[in-house]
Design a protein around this ligand. Structure first.
Ligand SMILES: [Zn+2]
Length: 462
């Protein structure tokens, strides 16, 4: 039985793990590589035959976990994709959106007369939607026997709506059992909408993410106070607040908090908030359809009759024309994608706002290396937008307390749940220095053997 690391190895994107049990061939996730350097790997050949994959266990709907599923299909995959229902619903809108962005990028590339434009487009929106017919959905917590040799259970990972980590029980051709747990992305406990991550008591092998394996987040309370003071200052000075947001989860978490701010009169009266994202509007509808998955806080509000994603002053913007009109406004808050400023409507809002020191730019999610968002967080003084260079004069803030990823302490707590059972813990989904630092820490603190794989490393699960 062997495991091969086909993505998210010494990097945070492209999650894809190939498990060959000797009886079954399965994948956990099939994500897109993102960022300037990593994205070249989207052109790599899969190191396995997609036509022989029986199952893809999909942890959640983020593109860096599901974005190469259509490529898998184009290369012969015809097995089953196993996920929660909420993940399936979110995958539909996120893959379609991703394909549309690829199409637009390819067209722009052709217009500029550049070479290799076909590399920008991995699949069309139609090809993206072909994936949907392969889904088979299950609830959290049920042990499902797929064959005499393979069983799985999805547990709540508390990362985004529908996110799961997988417990897999596999038997090889000699009848030897292994239990392997794949963390997917592990959430930060104490978020309002998603529940806290489940804990598991034992496993032979654990594959764990390490996005924030070297950091501790500021507390939620501090984060909320910081957001409140940004909103209040901006409104007083007539500045705008731009929040680049992932359309799924981050945006809804922020809107949820702003709903509480507004209803408790903590923000200045008349504060206008624009959620400028057609994708975000669709995602919010999916959240409303799956409120059974919400944490107690959010469910209690809903049951009390509060529309948690609606408040006076909040407007959802669908039409492009209405988005452009925001350019003339001052003292407003705009949430728009993409979350890492790599494209989407946030780019136009940045063009209109970056040079004014009264304005604020608030990052609430992880910024992948090689994206504009990461450059800004790392202290860039200028930014290139739509072919023009702009000075970065606005005030930049990073609010870690909104992160959908657990920090070092949260990941350690989750791993401690396994006690002394794991023979080895594989550390993935982290920048190289972070993954190595986290691996050394858990080796020292938890006294478990660890390994940080390189891309395409293959290990025997003895
Ligand atoms: Zn994720």
């Amino acid at each position: 039985m062997f495991l091969q690391f086909c993505g998210a190895s010494k990097m945070v994107t492209g999650s894809c793990f190939f498990l060959d049990t000797g009886v079954h061939k399965v994948l956990v996730d099939c994500g897109m590589f993102q960022g300037r350097d990593a994205s070249a790997h989207n052109q790599d050949q899969f190191p396995f035959d997609p036509g022989q994959i029986d199952y893809v266990f999909l942890t959640h709907a983020h593109i860096d976990h599901c974005g190469r599923l259509p490529v898998l299909l184009k290369h012969g995959f015809h097995g089953k994709i196993i996920a929660t229902r909420a993940t399936r619903d979110l995958v539909r809108i996120l893959l379609e959106d991703s394909a549309q962005i690829q199409k637009d990028d390819a067209e722009r590339c052709h217009r500029r007369g550049e070479l290799d434009c076909e590399l920008a487009q991995l699949y069309t929106p139609e090809e993206a939607l072909d994936v949907m017919q392969y889904f088979e959905t299950y609830p959290y917590g049920d042990s499902i026997r797929l064959s005499d040799n393979l069983e799985f259970r999805m547990r709540d990972a508390g990362h985004i709506l529908g996110s799961a980590f997988f417990e897999l029980w596999a038997k090889d051709s000699d009848g030897t059992h292994r239990k392997i747990v794949f963390s997917g992305d592990i959430g930060q406990p104490g978020q309002r909408i998603v529940k806290d991550p489940d804990l598991v008591r034992e496993a032979d092998y654990v594959v764990v993410e390490s996005t924030y394996g070297n950091r501790l987040h500021r507390s939620k309370d501090e984060t909320l106070l910081e957001l409140l003071s940004i909103l209040t200052n901006a409104k007083r000075e007539g500045g705008n607040v731009l929040i680049p947001t992932f359309a799924v989860e981050r945006a809804q978490e922020i809107i949820y908090e702003m709903n509480l701010f507004a209803e408790n009169h903590l923000v200045p009266d008349g504060l206008e908030v624009y959620f400028d994202s057609p994708l975000g509007i669709k995602a919010t509808e999916i959240f409303e359809r799956h409120s059974e998955l919400f944490d107690e806080d959010a469910r209690r509000l809903l049951e009390g009759g509060d529309h948690v994603f609606q408040f006076d002053g909040l407007r959802y913007i669908d039409k492009f024309r209405d988005s452009r009109r925001l350019a003339a406004r001052h003292g407003i808050v705009i949430l728009a994608g993409s979350g890492m400023c790599t494209g989407g409507r946030i780019v136009y809002h940045l063009e209109n706002n970056v040079d004014n020191p009264k304005n604020h730019l608030v990052f609430a999610g992880y910024q992948v290396k090689g994206t504009k968002g990461r450059d800004i967080v790392d202290g860039a003084r200028t930014i290139r937008l739509s072919g023009r260079q702009y000075p970065l004069n606005l005030q930049v803030h990073t609010l870690g307390g909104f992160s959908a990823h657990g920090d070092r302490g949260d990941l350690e707590y989750w791993l401690r749940g396994f006690g002394t059972s794991p023979r080895k813990i594989f550390v993935v989904h982290g920048d190289p220095d972070v993954a190595v630092e986290f691996s050394e820490r858990i080796r020292d603190e938890l006294k478990r053997e660890t390994y940080v794989p390189d891309l395409y490393d293959r290990v025997e699960l003895e």
